[in-house]
Design a protein around this ligand. Structure first.
Ligand code: G4P
Length: 529
């Protein structure tokens, strides 16, 4: 198969949802379709259960599992599907944001009863900002839930989407009979009352055909006709181009648990979802079919085994092919590196691979060369943008609890920050180090890993910060900027890249500062230039 065909057949995407909406179940059903796993339950362990929030042994165990499930690949109807796993747990939201820089599209799972939830809002916002094509899957139709039109409204209102249903439920919960597939123009019916299997798929392109009554009964037939009329009246026709530009989002209904509506979703997905797309580097736009390799690190995973300190850096290939044992330029370090055992991912396994194509993810063993956002090329100095840091939610001073191990501690902190576990800020005033995380859970993870992987001990001290804002002085010589730096000295720090950060201790002080120094712009993400 030629290089271009290899690119065209790849679909690299992420599934995002609020925890418990059914992401894991849907992933598993997709893998079953691809024949990549044989039984249900195989992917189940992949999530960090709510009950494990303070049990870091459990986190460690799960971290190990999630290396294997970070990328789940399978072949379906000759398409190479790469699913990038995104942690559902909100304490790991930053991981998810970063993974979204490596996907070409996403599927958003929404629970029919709960509708749009908090995590969904945040994740979809990131996708919208990047114009990532999205398909919505409304799940758990086997249960009583919200009215389909109310849900479609909610998607538009709360997520700012512009939706168009490509399937429509026939009844719901107790009365759920099946689904009319608007995209394929057919009806899928459940078998009997069990709601476990699709009994029949009946081609049905004319909804006015009186046959409908015989198939689903009079009341359901009338309802379906009315609903579809409303759908056609209210929502614009599906337009692939608008979907690809992130301007329209098709919606499917189904039940992942019962494998209902999943095949329809997958079939439509492989047809409409984009193959690997061009990506903007700081220097220029890079096309996937360029001959020379380029790719970037979007995730780093520490080894489970504390005796082996090596890590796995996940590289998304943007252009060219990645070949084993070929030297590539690590742009930030300016040095060439060769990889003798790059990993590719297949189902829940990883294996050494000789060649990978755009859209694929390779896992590279790393002893500390990589950090998130690093770029590999064949010699060109390219830097991929778009892996910003967001303001952490929790902040604490980190202290050395074992003075004999200060070297180990700083190395450990350094490497954990490169992995993106948390953010490090160094106070301008006294050089003290402050760790910022998205969730309280990370503090325990860091403490545990410093001790077990680096032999260092740390303790924490509270540091009340409301938000970290990246400072953009506009003009460094400006009087106002200098006054800001003098007056706010106590609250200023440098992040790991050396960018100046203002640590506001309350919403009020943030507002006051903004009012007092209007020419100093405060940004809530690190990437504003
Ligand atoms: P997540 O990865 O998004 O967090 O969700 P996950 O797939 O783990 O699903 C969360 C719960 O919802 C699970 O039940 C799962 O079985 C259930 N579920 C998923 N899809 C459907 C569906 O289509 N219909 C119904 N009725 N339930 C669904 P659980 O009891 O929390 O877990 P488990 O004991 O089944 O593992």
């Amino acid at each position: 198969m030629g290089f271009r065909d290899q690119i065209e057949r790849r679909r690299t995407f992420g599934i995002i949802s609020h925890p418990d909406a059914g992401k894991t179940t849907l992933t598993e059903k997709l893998l079953l379709f691809g024949g990549a796993i044989q039984e249900a339950g195989a992917v189940k362990n992949n999530k960090i259960k709510k009950t494990a929030t303070s049990d870091f042994m459990e986190i460690e165990r799960q971290r190990g599992i999630s290396v294997a499930t970070s990328v789940l690949a399978f072949i379906y109807r000759n398409k190479k599907i790469n699913i990038l796993d995104t942690p559902g747990h909100k304490d790991f939201a930053e991981d998810t944001f970063r993974t979204l820089t490596a996907v070409d599209s996403v599927i958003v799972v929404v629970d029919v009863a709960k509708g749009v939830e908090e995590q969904t809002v945040k994740l979809v916002e990131v996708c919208r900002m990047r114009n990532i094509p999205m398909i919505v899957f409304i799940n758990k139709l086997d249960r009583e839930g919200k009215d389909a039109f109310d849900l479609l409204d909610e998607l538009e209102q709360k997520l700012g989407l512009s939706v168009t249903p490509l399937s429509f439920p026939i009844g719901m919960g107790y009365d759920f009979k099946g689904i009319y597939n608007i995209y394929e123009k057919n009806i899928n019916l459940f078998s009997g009352d069990s709601k476990k299997n699709i009994e029949d798929t009946i081609a049905f392109d004319d909804i006015e055909n009186p046959e409908l009554e015989t198939i689903i009964g009079e009341v359901a037939a009338q309802n379906l006709r009315d609903n579809l009329e409303l759908v056609h009246g209210v929502y614009s026709e599906f337009d692939k181009d608008s979907y690809l530009k992130g301007q329209q989002q098709p919606v499917f209904f189904g039940s992942a648990l019962n494998n209902f509506g999943v095949r329809e979703l997958l079939d439509c997905f492989i047809e409409i979802a984009p193959s690997p797309r061009a990506k903007m580097a700081e220097e220029r736009l890079v096309q996937p079919d360029e001959k020379e390799l380029s790719g970037f690190v979007f995730k780093i995973h520490a080894n489970m085994d504390p005796k082996h300190r090596d890590r796995l850096a996940f590289v998304k290939i943007v252009s060219g092919t990645f070949e084993r044992n070929k030297p590539y330029l690590h742009v930030r370090l300016g040095k060439k590196l060769k990889f003798s055992s790059p990993n590719a991912f297949f189902a829940e396994k990883k294996e050494i691979v000789d060649i990978s194509y755009p859209g694929d993810i390779v896992g590279l063993h790393d002893t500390g060369n990589f950090k998130i956002g690093d770029t590999l090329t064949e010699g060109e100095k390219l830097n991929y943008k778009g892996i910003p840091s967001f303001s952490p939610e929790h902040f604490r001073y980190i202290n050395n609890a074992d003075p004999m191990k200060s070297k180990q501690l700083s190395k450990g902190i350094d490497q954990l920050m490169d992995e993106g576990v948390a953010q490090l800020f160094t106070l301008e005033m006294n050089g003290r180090k402050v760790i910022g995380t998205v969730g309280a859970l990370q503090f325990e993870v860091i403490q545990y890993r410093l001790e077990h992987e680096y032999g260092a001990k740390c303790s924490y001290e509270n540091f009340p910060v409301f938000k970290a804002c990246w400072v953009d002085p506009q003009d460094e010589k400006n009087e106002e900027y200098n006054e800001f730096k003098r007056v706010k000295q106590k609250f200023l720090a440098k992040d790991k890249q050396g960018q100046l950060v203002f640590l506001a201790d309350s919403q009020f002080s943030l507002q006051m500062t903004q009012q007092k120094y209007p020419s100093v712009i405060l940004h809530f993400t690190s990437e504003f230039k």
